[in-house]
Design a protein around this ligand. Structure first.
Ligand code: IPE
Ligand code: IPE
Ligand code: MG
Length: 248
């Protein structure tokens, strides 16, 4: 079967916000008889592919799940490799971000990252902050339950200090206190590697997202696969609780 290309996509019906659970680096490496680190390394190529692919299509928001709160429980050697890879990728990719007019943003418990990673992130965020084409968000040491917990605590504190009243707590108030306060809801959630679960990613924000699962392992994921996911998304009817007849 012919692969979907960019020309097959309806540019008026692009998802405004794509989120990706980039999974399968370890299995990719194992298949090649390599160490898991090689899979993570190769995975950075796919990151570049989708970031550039989204920028070229004109997708305004892309959020990538790079490291979960649970991933801290992996062997120290693997965690260290991932953190080192983060720093080296940021150094290497700043030019690509500038060239494609992409701004960088993070969600998650950034303070828990190694100092070197924090300072590198800060620098890239600062340098790219005026870029307009695409907002790239990296979820790092991110857990949706932790995010919700922080949100509840912050709101409780404001109520306690009489900054807001209980009646003022509505959905928009919750949105404002999430890590994702300046991002729109997710339209399309992609997970690679064949796993069909959310793994503590963006729980609130995916309430009405379309899910796309593919068996492709993250290091093998290319722009063609991205186009395929978007093409599939464009064929769906998003009803948001209404009937199909109401929409037409
Ligand atoms: C995704 O690939 C990268 C991270 C979770 C950091 P994995 O490392 O989870 O790869 P698999 O799932 O073991 O193949
Ligand atoms: C989810 O992948 C986290 C990231 C992609 C960063 P995992 O490989 O950690 O998820 P589980 O453990 O298979 O659910
Ligand atoms: Mg995995």
């Amino acid at each position: 079967m012919r692969m979907v290309t960019k020309d097959d996509l309806d540019l008026d019906k692009l998802p405004g916000h794509i989120a990706i659970i980039m999974d399968g680096n370890g299995r990719w490496a194992k298949k090649q008889g390599l160490l898991r680190a090689a899979g993570h390394e190769r995975g950075t190529r796919s990151v570049r592919e989708v970031v550039e692919g989204c920028a070229q299509l004109g997708i305004p928001y892309l959020t990538l799940y790079a490291f979960s709160t649970e991933n801290w429980n992996r062997p120290k050697l693997e965690v260290d490799t991932l953190m080192r890879l983060l720093v080296s990728s940021l150094k290497k990719e700043i030019k690509t971000l500038q060239k494609n007019d992409i701004s960088l943003n993070t969600i998650g418990n950034i303070n828990s990252l190694p100092k070197k990673a924090q300072s590198e992130l800060e620098e890239v965020i600062k340098k790219t902050k005026n870029n307009k084409r695409l907002r790239l968000t990296l979820a790092l040491s991110y857990g949706a339950r932790e995010e919700v917990l922080n949100t509840v605590k912050e709101i409780c504190l404001k109520v306690k200090n009489n900054i807001i009243s209980v009646d003022e707590i509505d959905e928009s108030c919750i949105n404002k206190h999430l890590y994702t306060h300046d991002l729109p809801e997710v339209d399309l959630l992609i997970r690679t590697s064949g796993e069909q679960r959310v793994s503590n990613f963006l729980l609130w924000q995916i309430a009405y997202a379309e899910f796309y699962f593919t068996d492709v392992l993250w290091p093998d994921f290319t722009q063609a696969h991205l186009h395929d996911a978007i093409f599939n998304y464009q064929k769906r009817e998003r009803r948001f609780g209404k009937t199909s007849e109401q929409l037409h």
